[in-house]
Design a protein around this ligand. Structure first.
Ligand code: IPE
Ligand code: IPE
Ligand code: MG
Length: 230
């Protein structure tokens, strides 16, 4: 089988901590919001490239619970940009078989943004090529707590996992930082981590392909012994 087919036969859950928008902008003497705008273009590139790389689920960290502590102006610019992204991209998602879902808290987001999210989730619900999960007002600790509170009977690893979400195969963080910042803590139990110094607005389809290639070159052992280690 040609390599491309082997890769598209896999179904990777990739998650990206899209970091470095602010630094990208400051280095160019631009306001931080300009970095976020350039970051939105990088999101489009990643979403478009993902399915052909064997990624069936892509979870993007777009706004963390901790990000509320940024200046009000930056928060509001980010919310506006997210709204614009949804308005502009929903049609493209439908055309490309991308199913959009939001994870995280909705009750503190601007009501207009929540309405756009719900509309986009509804309109893209039939998509089967890629599940695109946008983490907004997201905290992994809170999502684990929520799941634990929702279980009425016995708490098991399976029942918790079913509520928290799918395990991550590949976790990418841009901008050179090497931390999880409260992202998918439970789901990353056996994830492969790829850290790149590239700032998020500079991240290209080729960078994503490289991260996936690195993932395929890793020996995932899940605690066991494999041919490579025996
Ligand atoms: C990531 O870029 C985008 C969000 C957190 C919303 P940053 O805004 O964190 O950029 P840096 O880390 O300050 O460069
Ligand atoms: C994590 O990035 C959140 C997002 C990418 C949305 P931050 O830039 O907010 O994280 P810290 O502050 O460096 O940990
Ligand atoms: Mg950052």
């Amino acid at each position: 089988m040609p390599a491309a087919e082997v890769m598209s036969a896999s179904s990777i859950h990739a998650a990206i901590i899209m970091d470095g928008n602010g630094r990208w902008a400051s280095r160019r003497g631009l306001p931080r919001a300009a970095g976020h705008r350039a970051g939105a273009a990088a999101v489009r590139r990643a979403v478009e490239a993902a399915p052909d790389l064997g990624i069936s689920t892509l979870t993007l960290y777009a706004f963390s619970e901790g990000n509320w502590s940024r200046p009000a102006r930056e928060v509001s610019a980010l919310m506006k940009l997210l709204g614009r992204y949804l308005t502009e991209e929903t049609a493209r998602c439908i055309a490309n078989g991308v199913r959009l879902q939001a994870i995280g808290r909705r009750d503190r987001l601007p009501p207009r943004l929540v309405a756009l999210l719900e509309e986009s989730e509804r309109k893209t619900a039939a998509g089967t090529r890629l599940v695109l999960r946008l983490a907004l007002d997201y905290s992994s600790r809170k999502s684990i707590l929520d799941a634990a509170r929702r279980i009425s009977g016995e708490v098991t690893e399976e029942s918790l996992s079913a509520l928290i979400g799918p395990d991550v195969d590949l976790l990418i963080r841009t901008s050179g930082e090497q931390r999880l910042s409260d992202f998918l803590l439970w789901e990353c139990a056996y994830a492969e981590f790829v850290f790149t110094p590239r700032m998020w607005p500079d991240f290209t389809a080729k960078d994503l392909a490289q991260a996936v290639a690195e993932f395929h070159a890793r020996d995932r052992r899940f605690g066991a012994v494999t041919a490579r280690t025996a």
